[in-house]
Design a binder for this molecule. Structure first.
Ligand SMILES: Nc1ncnc2c1ncn2[C@@H]1O[C@H](COP(=O)(O)OP(=O)(O)OP(=O)(O)O)[C@@H](O)[C@H]1O
Ligand SMILES: [Zn+2]
Length: 719
């Protein structure tokens, strides 16, 4: 049995002959003084164990596996690849209700049929019970579903038949969706779109990886839609993975509008029973298309024909705690197991995927132009040096905002800092509000009247005095979206402003309300964080202002330039998507910065190719594989000691190159010091062998129990 424990081992239990278990079924087993829900992982013949030494399984919960064979293979691969305990991986792939051991049949539709005795019954036997006889006659013809009971037939009669052992309840899984007779028609494709759709069609029925590199507004979604249309006629299923929960309703709506088949969504905002419903609809084939966030990857499918990963570069595809998998990479593995193609789409592909496309491992499908022939928005740098700024905005920025508003257009202002101000500052001594538990400042939130640490989530009331000198003159330092909104309202009192960030969209349904607000046109300003960058199509936005990215230009993380280039391109891509031309103003104190120059002059595609060359020269991913060990403890010395010990062991593997131990860029979080050791290797197999050995060694160290530590394979976040 694989049990949900942080242990890299399996456990043996005794199943008796009356328990027809299969691999992938759930069991309830005793473990110490608790009971656990586990997954049957291997079944050994009776004689290979001393049966009297084994504890019996308390209950076998499934007659058919909740994790079908293909998922077991995917998850066992994942557990090995990410070096995460199998039991935790298996259990985390199941909807919560199944993890809790609920009965699957309680959630499936029911029907009633005759038992063998019922079928053999002589008609005369019921002649004195007219209603029962009628029901029996009907059951002789067909099963009766739960929904028809009470309407056409009496529940009492049914109960009487069941009590006599003549009828029984059966679970009827939903049936597969009805395939449309002809493919849904769509827009007339551009030449590049048509090529992409053809290439995807040609890949049906086998494993193939395709990278759809389409500039913002190039109509990637239309390519997805038209690729799918013919698959649906063959009654195949499609999985569409989108990076954020915020994107699922929009993507869902586009798929639902196009196809007359069941399209379901899957994300963390669903209730547990909604999730289980989705799981069952995917499994039975009742759902044709599932649009979901990363964990949709683990749904069972009846007949999966295509996987699409939209915004494949997005960081949220990587799980950042616990089982740290990358949904894109595992989806590729899943496609291989399913023998189906996978399409990775993005205007700003990750360097990993681009590398594979340029290498011809993936089929490369470029969409170099916008779909309706609109020009890509031009960038204009606004040099902030020696300028008098009004609320962080240069005078020429304000002039252009005014101009666009006067023309009845919408303007978007992007600032990747939520809250009112990144810190409160003492006017007299310069003291800044800091988090007690993190090496970070606390953000001032004016509306909620709190200081919030964006790293550990701790919040507290706003102090009346400086903790250092006692002065009462505390003022906000720097600007966040909350303040920008307030300031813009001063400057443009007659203009409606919408703010999109994590704070303004916290309430359920708030995001949709705000998006609808924006779509209802009218001249207005849209202020927001990176949430604005994600896949939105606001045709009336003609100007995008990137208020401040200077902080991100000088980061120590080797992925920072890639991520900044992606963010800038995606944000910029929101401008000029309708019939009016768009423009982007990028405010900066460093107009000569090489990255900014490259992006604005040559665009992301060119930046990415030169960034790849740089990665090759510096032997960074994707040219080498990276694994990250991190350690956290209340004392920095413990982290350092543990990682030093680990580094000594790691040095014995010639295939590994080490960087560290070093303190993490965010040196302390939630009261714990954070250190890391980066391992690089050109040889993936050698890396994984080394990791296995290292993990075995680590488990024997007493020090490993005094600290918190993790291994992250292919990490995307080095902070
Ligand atoms: N062949 C076409 N002819 C005309 N309009 C099209 C065509 N294909 C797509 N469009 C339109 O172009 C707009 C942008 O398309 P879409 O949102 O799919 O782009 P995208 O590539 O996903 O963009 P982004 O990456 O910026 O989110 C949509 O309004 C869509 O209806
Ligand atoms: Zn904190």
């Amino acid at each position: 049995m694989a049990l949900p424990l942080p242990l890299r081992q399996h456990f043996d239990y005794l199943l008796d002959a009356s328990q027809p278990a299969q691999v992938g079924c759930r069991v309830r087993v005793p473990f110490g003084n608790r009971t656990l829900i586990g997954i049957v992982w291997q079944i050994a013949p009776d004689d290979s164990f001393a049966a009297d030494k084994l504890k019996p399984v308390q209950a076998l919960l499934d007659t058919t596996p909740v994790l079908p064979e293909l998922l077991c293979r995917l998850l066992s691969f994942a557990a090995e690849y990410y070096h995460h305990p199998l039991g935790e991986v298996l259990i985390s792939a199941l909807p919560l209700l199944l993890r809790e051991g609920r009965n699957l049949s309680d959630y499936q539709p029911k029907a009633y049929q005759l038992t063998a005795a019922g079928r053999a019954l002589d008609a005369s036997a019921l002649k004195r019970a007219r209603k029962q006889s009628e029901l029996w006659q009907a059951l002789l013809q067909h099963r009766i579903s739960e929904s028809l009971l009470g309407q056409q037939y009496s529940r009492t009669s049914l109960k009487q038949l069941m009590d006599k052992g003549l009828a029984e309840e059966v679970v009827v899984p939903a049936s597969p969706y009805t395939a449309p007779a002809t493919p849904a028609s769509g827009l007339k494709l551009t030449a590049a779109q048509a090529l992409a759709v053809t290439a995807i069609h040609q890949a049906f029925g086998r494993f193939e990886r395709l990278l759809l590199e389409g500039v913002t507004g190039s109509g990637k979604t239309e390519v997805y839609l038209q690729s799918i249309a013919s698959l649906l006629c063959q009654q195949q299923q499609v999985l569409v993975i989108v990076p954020e929960i915020g994107l699922t309703p929009q993507t869902l709506a586009r798929f639902q509008a196009r196809f007359d088949v069941p399209v379901l969504c899957w994300h963390s905002g669903l209730s547990d029973s909604e999730r289980l419903h989705c799981y069952l609809q995917a499994q039975s084939g009742a759902a044709a298309i599932i649009v979901g966030t990363r964990s949709a990857l683990f749904l069972p499918f009846w007949r999966l024909g295509l996987i699409i990963i939209d915004e494949e570069h997005d960081q949220s595809l990587k799980q950042q705690d616990g089982f740290r998998y990358h949904a894109r990479d595992l989806a590729i593995k899943r496609a291989a197991l399913q023998h189906c193609p996978i399409v990775l789409g993005s205007a700003t592909p990750s360097l990993e995927s681009l590398h594979n496309a340029l290498n011809k491992r993936y089929i490369h499908l470029p969409l170099p132009d916008r779909a309706a022939g609109q020009a890509l928005p031009g960038f204009e740098l606004v040099n902030l040096k020696q300028q008098v700024l009004q609320y962080g905005l240069a005078s020429q920025t304000l002039a252009q905002v005014r101009q666009q508003l006067a023309a009845g257009h919408q303007v978007m202002l992007f600032l990747n800092r939520r809250g009112f101000a990144p810190a409160l500052c003492c006017d007299e001594c310069g003291w800044l509000t800091e988090c007690q538990r993190c090496s970070a400042f606390t953000t001032y939130h004016k509306q909620s009247r709190q200081l919030v640490c964006h790293h550990c989530g701790a919040s507290k009331a706003i102090p009346r005095q400086c903790a250092n000198c006692g002065s009462t003159k505390l003022t906000p330092l720097g600007q966040g979206t909350e303040q920008l909104e307030e300031n813009l309202q001063q400057l443009f009192p007659a203009t409606a402003i919408t703010r999109l960030d994590r704070d303004s969209t916290r309430r359920k349904g708030a995001l949709n309300t705000l998006l609808e607000d924006i779509h209802q046109h009218g001249a207005r300003l849209i202020v927001g964080t990176q949430m604005l960058a994600k896949g939105h199509h606001f045709p009336n936005v003609t100007l995008v202002v990137i208020v401040d990215v200077d902080g991100a230009l000088y980061s120590s993380d080797f992925r920072a330039p890639e991520q900044l280039a992606q963010l800038l391109t995606q944000v910029a891509g929101r401008a000029g998507r309708g019939d009016k031309a768009g423009k982007v103003l990028l405010q900066t104190h460093y107009p000569e910065h090489a990255l900014l120059q490259d992006i604005i002059q040559n665009g992301y595609a060119s930046f990415a190719r030169s960034a790849l060359m740089e990665r090759e020269q510096t032997r960074l991913p994707p040219y080498q594989h990276l694994s990250l060990f991190s350690a956290q403890a209340h004392q920095a010395a413990l982290c350092q000691q543990w990682l030093t010990q680990l580094a000594e062991q790691a040095r014995q593997f010639p295939a590994l190159q080490l960087l560290g131990p070093i303190p993490a860029p965010l040196e302390r979080r939630a009261g714990l010091y954070r250190w890391q050791l980066q391992l690089y290797s050109a040889n993936r197999t050698a890396m994984h062998q080394a990791l296995s050995t290292l993990l075995d060694t680590i488990s024997q160290w007493p020090l490993s129990r005094k600290i918190k530590w993790q291994l992250d394979v292919d990490p995307t976040d080095l902070t």
